[in-house]
Design a protein around this ligand. Structure first.
Ligand code: GLY
Length: 379
């Protein structure tokens, strides 16, 4: 029998991978950190937005993102069936809204980019926008609708994945983190694991590091130098009556409505290392932009300010695949798109591990692109 696959990290990326590996008949063990504060999954709003978040500088990401979006309904259906829990998947689409001339110019630029890439958006005047979302500010001057950009509730999806994995017999070990490798003749022979101050070696021959912004951090082992760093995002959770049906975006803020009346408002983007404190300034900016777009937001209750660390690699593309060390894989660096990219990353990497054959779709994301200048890890 094949050795189990050990996955370090229990965000959506690690859990989705574990789920897909189980679907292929593999046994999995998941190492969950002692402290989940700052985990991107717990902060993320859950926009599934390959079109809205299409990145002019990272064109390789668009096909993977579209592939992942296509996989979402089936992925969610399988997770829901295996767990008996809802995942908050919604397909009403996204409205981009311009509140003034500068916004309109910015949105025109984005629209041109999307047109060139064959990504579809439907232009709307102010009246049509407000017909779709009567709560929008009368200042809205126009915008467009992106039917293909959907949403999921990352916290609900994570709980459903944990339940599904547990029901199928995954080993879930909490309060520990991967801190190093044991090698034998260039191949993986074990993982060094820290339980608080205590260290142990877990014998294993297949490991995936999927620990978000902490990938390579305080890790003793020759990983490719992907330079993963945390990009802090502050997100607000508001509660009250349902104000919106669609995800609303302006160039300054995004608003993601949940069916229970919660409204997620995001997000700041800050280079502050692992500083997990929130700031009055970011909260002020998010609320100001949110209320400018939908005035009734001023009446909602501010329930939570959450702070998460987006995992960004040096080139801002994810690392998904095998390393030079036999048996060691990375799945991380998903930056602004972790929730969206989870189904495709998980399915493609699960195939690569299970079948020992990597799909060409993963070529742009190989961790080995960082091996040209092999450097020791950052600590
Ligand atoms: N994908 C949304 C964000 O990173 O804020």
């Amino acid at each position: 029998m094949k050795d189990q696959v050990v996955i370090a990290g229990a965000g959506i990326i690690g859990l989705a991978l574990a789920f897909e590996l189980q679907e292929r008949g593999e046994r999995v063990k998941i190492l969950m950190p002692e402290d989940e504060a700052g985990t991107a999954t717990l902060t993320a709003a859950g926009m599934l937005a390959p079109v809205s978040e299409a990145d002019v500088e990272h064109l390789h990401l668009v096909p993977l993102a579209l592939d992942s979006l296509t996989r979402y309904p089936d992925f969610v259906a399988r997770v829901q069936a295996a767990s008996g829990r809802p995942c908050g998947y919604r397909s009403e689409g996204t409205l981009w809204v311009a509140l003034h001339r500068d916004h309109r110019a910015e949105l025109e630029h984005l629209l041109t980019f999307m047109d060139h890439r064959g990504l579809s958006a439907e232009r709307l005047d102010a009246r049509s926008l407000r017909r779709l979302e009567p709560g929008l500010s009368p200042r809205a001057v126009g915008g467009y609708r992106i039917p293909a950009d959907h949403q999921v509730d990352p916290r609900a999806l994570r709980l459903a994945l944990l339940e599904a994995l547990d029901r199928r017999g995954a080993e879930l070990e909490s309060g520990c983190r991967a801190v190093g490798l044991e090698l034998r003749a260039g191949a993986l022979a074990g993982l060094r694991v820290a339980y608080g101050e205590r260290r142990e070696v877990l014998p294993c021959t297949r490991v995936v590091l999927a620990n978000g912004a902490w990938l390579g951090h305080d890790f003793d082992g020759a990983l490719p130098d992907c330079g993963v760093r945390p990009v802090r995002g502050q997100v607000l959770r508001l509660a009250g009556p349902v104000l919106l049906q669609h995800v609303i975006r302006t160039p300054d803020v995004y608003l993601v409505p949940r069916a229970d009346g919660r409204l997620i408002v995001g997000a700041s983007s800050e280079e502050r290392g692992f500083d997990g404190r929130n700031s009055a300034g970011a909260t002020h900016d998010l609320l100001r932009h949110a209320i400018a777009a939908v005035p009734e937001i001023a009446e909602l209750e501010l329930e939570e300010i959450s702070v998460g660390f987006r995992p960004a690699t040096r080139d801002h593309l994810p690392v998904i695949g095998a390393t030079a060390i036999r048996g060691l894989f990375l799945c991380g660096g998903h930056f602004r798109n972790g929730v969206l990219l989870a189904p495709a990353s998980a399915a493609l990497l699960a195939d690569a591990i299970h079948l020992e054959r990597t799909d060409a779709a993963l070529a742009p994301f190989s961790p080995r692109r960082f091996e040209i200048q092999a450097c020791p890890n950052r600590n």
